[in-house]
Design a protein around this ligand. Structure first.
Ligand code: HAM
Length: 410
């Protein structure tokens, strides 16, 4: 038997219903805030992610599905949506539109991670990007929109961690300070962290081994080094969230797995998710568009994992889909009349299913009951139809032409 690749899954009809509801919430919440939907290609030039997400990140170093297109170009299945949306913003000259340009997406993404519950190699994200505004209100709005989405979906045990990374200059100075600190304590750090001190010292905050964690407890934190403008921006974001009644934990050690962030960063976690607790996150990325050869453009956004949101939400009570009419065949000869009848019913706006499995009449009635059909039209080969009301068991003889109206009237 050929199975789906490790870390991937099929979305079966029962799962699809929950995902459709989530999508409708996203559409409503983001649409009401002026976000338009965007869909970018599933694969992009590898360079987009190398430059956008950052060469030193885990995503670019070891999690990308990269392939040669057969003509010497390197392509990569998108591991995230922010860099592609920025590429589209630049490519379509969206800086000429009234700013900010607000875009949202619900798409699949690909990361070659070790699969476990809540962590897949193909997964879906709802994301939103507000491009062209530096106002702290934009950061707060983006966070509130994600909080509203999580609330609408019914995600349980959610908490929000927030921090600021400052501007690239502050970060450069701070990185030097942190590097020196890490070098001074090299002997207690894990090998992985030690190897990457000069490449990506911030990742040391993410380490899980005891030695590194102990060292990081006394490490200098960026929040204490913010320039006045960044500190004021951060203060305003916090104040706006406070006014909005969104509870926030300030976490100076909050590190995101992507290099493009400046100023605000945030992450929503759910305590019901276990190890993969990050349900959604994002932040501000004021330098990314310029880094991708666009005009200097401030921006911020979020992305939340569809599977993780659904895992964090309570399972809904199973609600059976309604079938208005099941068309049963007393004899196989009635098939063409039955075919016509089910089509006419659907064209009239009813949900209707035709017998397709060659069951006995008794078997067909049993099946109609199982799928929750309200009515069964039993078509006989002489063209007459008996319409059976499945809740009362009453049956009446009708002309085929009158069946649809009779079901509609009920
Ligand atoms: P991210 O934190 O890498 O951010 O991913 C966002 C969310 O996607 C995570 O919180 C998680 O719910 C989900 N996710 C990530 N990897 C997996 C996986 N392997 N399996 C299942 N779910 C996963 C970004 O992607 C940024 N582009 C967010 C952003 C938008 N920042 C600014 N704008």
């Amino acid at each position: 038997m050929i199975r789906a690749p490790r870390g991937t899954f099929d979305v079966l009809p029962a799962d699809a219903a929950r995902r459709r509801i989530l999508e409708a919430h996203a559409e409503r919440i983001l649409g009401a805030a002026g976000y338009g939907r965007i869909e970018t290609p599933t694969f992009e030039a590898t360079e987009l992610f190398a430059r956008g997400v950052g060469e030193a990140t885990d995503i670019v170093r070891k999690e990308m599905y990269t392939f040669d297109d057969g003509a010497g170009r390197s392509l990569t299945l998108r591991p995230e949506g922010t860099a592609p949306v920025c590429r589209a913003y630049i490519e379509h000259g969206m800086h000429k539109l009234p700013q900010p340009v607000k875009l949202w997406y619900l798409s699949s993404f690909f990361r070659a991670e070790a699969p476990q519950k809540g962590r897949y190699r193909q997964f879906w994200q709802v994301g939103a990007e507000a491009i062209g505004s530096a106002a702290p209100e934009t950061d707060a709005e983006v966070i509130v929109l994600l909080a509203d989405l999580l609330d609408a979906v019914g995600a349980r045990g959610v908490r929000l961690r927030l921090s600021s990374l400052g501007t690239p200059e502050t970060r450069t100075d701070y990185r030097e300070e942190l590097k020196q600190y890490l070098h001074a304590h090299e002997d207690r750090l894990s090998e992985d962290v030690r190897e990457r001190i000069d490449q990506n010292p911030l990742r040391a905050f993410d380490a899980t081994d005891r030695g590194t964690r102990e060292v990081m407890r006394d490490a200098p934190v960026l929040l204490d080094r913010l320039e006045d403008g960044d500190a004021a921006h951060f203060f305003q974001v916090r104040e706006l969230l406070d006014i909005a009644g969104v509870a926030v934990e300030i976490d100076p050690a909050l590190v995101r797995g992507l290099d493009y962030y400046t100023r605000t960063v945030f992450e929503f976690e759910s305590e019901v998710l276990g190890a993969q607790s990050g349900v959604g996150g994002g932040g501000r990325y004021d330098a990314l568009i310029e880094q991708l050869d666009g005009p200097p453009t401030p921006a911020c956004g979020f992305a939340a994992g569809v599977e993780r949101m659904l895992l964090a939400a309570e399972e809904p009570a199973a609600s059976a889909e309604q079938v208005d009419l099941f068309v049963a065949l007393a004899k196989p000869d009635g098939a063409s009349l039955g075919f016509e009848l089910s089509r006419a019913a659907r064209r009239a706006g009813l949900s209707a299913q035709l017998e397709l499995a060659g069951r006995s009449l008794k078997g067909q009635l049993k099946h109609a009951d199982r799928i929750g059909a309200r009515y069964v039209a039993i078509v006989s080969d002489n063209g007459s139809v008996s319409l059976r009301d499945m809740s009362s068991g009453q049956q009446e003889e009708l002309d085929a032409a009158d069946v649809v109206r009779a079901v509609q009237r009920s």
